[in-house]
Design a protein around this ligand. Structure first.
Ligand SMILES: [Zn+2]
Length: 216
């Protein structure tokens, strides 16, 4: 039996590669060019899983797929191997934000844990966005202030052009000599995090941002 081994952002990455292959197919590029596009997509996908066992590699291999139905079936098959976002309780969330006495919690029962890279929700009453992610095996959370106006731009997390808002967070980083020094980080991030979770293909920026904010 093959264990679950694919993260939400990795499946998004695979979907993006398939979209690229389909796009090249539609453009009627030369067969050799199309073969190269497929080879490259396949190599990029396998690169995401350097420790994949041979059965997993076989499952990831898309080189023999031709039709839209076959690609669809491939995605369906891989979806069964999605690693879910860690189980989290309301109690746990409250503990993560001890200073926020009026913390508004998301409806955890409505979340599809298999389609989450990070958990985030907006508290419109206080103009805050809360972000929770498993960093180095530990759940961490940060609060960002956000400006209520949204606009179309590139999101820092998913790198897609979408409806974003400006979020800023005060980092825990301090300079020794000046205890009043606080550094704030500002970002344009998808206003709707469920949309962002559908598009995010890697966690490089997200993890860097969390480490910077938390000073770890
Ligand atoms: Zn986004």
């Amino acid at each position: 039996m093959i264990e679950k081994f694919i993260k939400n952002e990795q499946l998004n990455f695979i979907k993006k590669q398939i979209a690229f292959i389909k796009d090249s197919t539609k453009k009627n590029v030369a067969p050799t060019v199309l073969a190269a596009v497929i080879d490259l997509a396949n190599a990029k996908i396998l690169d995401l899983f350097p420790n994949a066992a041979s059965a997993q590699q076989e499952m990831l291999d898309l080189s023999r797929l031709k039709t839209d139905a076959e690609y669809e079936e491939y995605i369906q098959r891989l979806s069964a191997f999605l690693l879910p976002f860690p189980k989290i309780t309301e109690q746990h969330l409250k503990k993560m934000f001890p200073k926020n006495k009026k913390l508004k919690l998301p409806d955890l029962s409505k979340l599809d844990h298999s389609k989450l890279t990070y958990l985030s929700w907006n508290d419109l009453s206080s103009n805050k966005k809360l972000i929770v992610y498993e960093l180095d095996g530990k759940m961490v959370g940060i609060e960002c202030k956000f400006s209520p106006t949204s606009k179309k731009n590139i999101c820092s997390f998913c790198n897609c052009f979408s409806e974003v808002s400006y979020f800023s967070t005060v980092t825990k980083e301090k300079k020794h000599k000046n205890s009043d020094y606080y550094r704030a980080i500002g970002n344009l991030i998808c206003t709707d995090s469920s949309e962002c979770n559908k598009k995010i293909t890697d966690t490089e920026y997200l993890t860097t941002f969390l480490r910077d904010s938390l000073g770890i």
